[in-house]
Design a protein around this ligand. Structure first.
Ligand code: UGA
Length: 437
């Protein structure tokens, strides 16, 4: 099929490359010329394992091109809207500027029979509104809502073989023309057994908001348990293993630590609360305020633990923070708990050095006042305390004996509960986890 993908950020760049991999003819369109130049040269403008190889592979076939010229959408059968919906400045709601602008810019190039497919994460009600815009311009065109569930760091796999597809179409009818079109787009993964659900617009939009809210709630639940564990001397990692064995609960997303960050969960739960408020259903989601509060409290708690580890004061302490990205295998520092803790420590008088395998450029743009060192051994040199805040494999695999020879004082805080406390203690370290004795 001929496909246009509008917006080539995390979602769009990966989606465009994966659609070409599935055999479609794809044009990726973005207003950012630098991003387009990078992608056209086969470079991913962000770190995502496997994406660069995929870009090179599909570009060689001639099935994938990138442009900043929206008129190239002309002639595509399916147009995916993949632009961002960041949090509005000073408000909880989502900023719809990019979604609206992208749809508006696409209208002149739509033909009868075309399908516009929204993938961006949007407040419920957006699809119905955009469908009106599309049909007012081209009555023969349709709009479907097809939320995306990919995780950064696993984006290629999650796009090519997702857990499920959700198609939002008017009335939620299986017979709607858009269903057959999307089935053709996703014929390969559907053929491999991926489940597909057809829903009305509002349900499809809510599936995404509900999924991210559930994940955020799961993380905050275990972090709340970590607080109770800290108050009682219990171990939250054992508790998570034990409750996780109940398959109604499950062990995934029950890792206590410094909390969730990134460009999705924090802003999505806030936008969901804001939208529920507009709809008069705010009471239903007040618990998400608590989910958010538990999450933010993890950051201040980690600063307190670091202060304890340093003997009661942060002033003048040389602290090495391992990890700046919001999670491993990503260079994304949007709302990164690691980076926000590093900045807090610095504000409170510590001398902070941050290291990360991929995200130092992005981190330095966000917090230029911090000291950044790429090489781990160099970053650890002479440290009074070490904080492991993003669980990159390289940090999980650190050897306590070797690491001990680099630092000034053998003190470490494991903000992700990934180190073997006994092993580190046996090597002479003073070590703290989160919610662990
Ligand atoms: C999240 C969802 O997992 C995706 O399904 C969704 O498509 C995406 O948002 C989106 O809306 O686009 P992502 O932001 O890539 O994906 O990151 P996650 O893997 O969900 O992790 C989010 C944060 O939670 C990270 O900071 C991670 O360190 C933290 N986390 C995760 C925990 O603190 N504990 C856990 O047990 C799991």
């Amino acid at each position: 099929m001929r496909i246009s993908v509008i917006g080539c950020g995390y979602l769009g760049a990966v989606h465009a490359a994966c659609m070409a991999k599935l055999g479609h003819d794809v044009v990726g369109i973005d207003v950012d010329e630098n991003k387009i130049a990078d992608l056209a040269a086969g470079h991913a403008p962000f770190f995502e394992p496997g994406l660069e190889n995929l870009l090179l592979e599909v570009q060689e076939t001639g099935r994938l091109t990138f442009t900043s010229d929206m008129s190239r959408a002309h002639g595509s059968d399916v147009h995916f809207i993949c632009v961002g919906t960041p949090q509005k400045k000073g408000e909880n709601a989502a900023d719809m500027t990019y979604v609206d602008a992208a749809t508006q810019a696409l209208l002149p190039y739509l033909h009868s029979g075309d399908l516009v497919v929204g993938k961006s994460t949007v407040p419920v009600g957006t699809a119905a509104r955009l469908a009106e815009m599309v049909q007012a311009h081209e009555p023969g065109a349709h709009l479907a809502w097809n939320p995306e569930f990919l995780r950064e760091g696993h984006a290629v796999k999650d796009t090519l073989t997702p857990d499920r597809f959700v198609y939002g179409v008017p009335g939620g009818s299986e017979d709607h023309a858009a269903v057959a079109v999307l089935d053709e787009v996703y014929a390969t993964p559907l053929g491999m057994g991926t489940q597909r659900l057809v829903a009305d617009y509002a349900t499809a939009e809510l599936v995404k908001a509900a999924a991210n809210s559930f994940l955020a709630t799961k993380i905050s639940f275990i972090n709340a348990m970590a607080e109770v564990c800290e108050a009682t001397g219990a171990d939250v990692t054992v508790l998570a293993d034990a409750i996780g064995l109940d398959d109604r609960i499950g062990r995934k997303f029950l890792n206590a630590g410094i909390g969730f960050g990134g460009g999705c969960l924090p802003k999505d739960i806030r936008a969901f609360m804001a939208r529920a408020g507009e709809l008069g259903a705010d009471q239903a989601l007040t618990f998400l305020r608590e989910v958010d509060a538990i999450n933010m409290r993890r950051r201040s708690r980690t600063v307190e633990l670091a202060r304890d580890l340093c003997g009661g004061t942060l002033m003048g302490q040389r602290i090495t923070v391992l990890g700046a990205a919001f999670k491993p295998d990503s260079d994304d520092v949007r709302d990164s708990p690691a980076l926000s803790i590093a900045a807090q420590l610095q504000l409170q008088g510590a001398v902070v050095t941050v290291s990360d395998p991929q995200s130092l450029g992005n981190a330095a743009r966000r917090f230029p006042e911090l000291n950044y060192v790429a090489n781990t051994a160099e970053a650890l040199n002479n440290a009074d305390a070490v904080l492991l805040l993003t669980e990159w494999k390289e940090y999980r695999d650190l050897d306590p004996f070797e690491t001990g020879t680099l630092v000034k004082q053998m003190r470490i805080l494991d903000g992700r509960n990934v180190l073997d406390l006994q092993k580190w203690r046996a090597a002479g370290w003073s070590i703290r986890g989160i919610g662990r004795p």
